[in-house]
Design a binder for this molecule. Structure first.
Ligand code: FE
Ligand code: FE
Ligand code: FE
Length: 165
């Protein structure tokens, strides 16, 4: 029986976020197509590119620990993405659509931020400095994306949604 230690927990959590990132990469084009404002479309497209790089970084982290890159079903991201799809359908053509899409996207970013924060800390504990560097790069991208979405919501999507009341 394999020991259920921090090393194992690190590998399992890496599989969780690897699964999640690949799901997110599939979902972002739908979000970009659905978004009404060109700015939000561009933000989703930009983050799709970043997400592809993040998947590669995760593959590098799997390499560092000498384990096969594989995903493990993440129920959390399934649920968060399903909520995003719901908004896409239910708010199609509505003035509040973009505000809703941003809220859904921020739920994704926050899930990722908690995962990468934990993984980075565990990589420090496991003395894997290159993994720490890679995980931190992604953590910074997710945080920046979250912040950019807040700015977009404040500058246009929330006021647009409110004005339509
Ligand atoms: Fe990501
Ligand atoms: Fe998960
Ligand atoms: Fe992200």
């Amino acid at each position: 029986m394999t020991e259920k230690n921090l090393e194992n927990l690190f590998y399992d959590t890496l599989k969780d976020i690897y699964y999640a990132e690949r799901k997110i990469a599939k979902s972002l084009p739908k979000m970009a197509r659905g978004a009404q404002s060109p700015e939000l479309k561009a933000a989703f497209e930009k983050h799709l590119e970043e997400t592809e790089g993040q998947i590669e970084r995760l593959q590098q982290v799997f390499d560092i620990i000498g384990k096969r890159a594989m995903g493990k079903t993440c129920e959390a991201i399934e649920g968060i993405l399903a909520e995003g799809e719901e908004i896409l359908e239910e708010y199609e053509g509505a003035a509040a659509l973009d505000a809703g899409l941003i809220s859904a996207a921020q739920a994704v970013e926050h899930y990722e931020i908690t995962r990468y924060g934990t993984l980075k800390r565990w990589a420090e504990m496991l003395e894997l400095p290159e993994a720490v560097r890679l995980l931190d790069q992604t953590l910074q991208e997710e945080s920046k994306t979250d912040l950019d979405l807040t700015k977009l919501a404040n500058a246009s999507s929330n006021p647009t949604a409110l004005a339509a009341e």
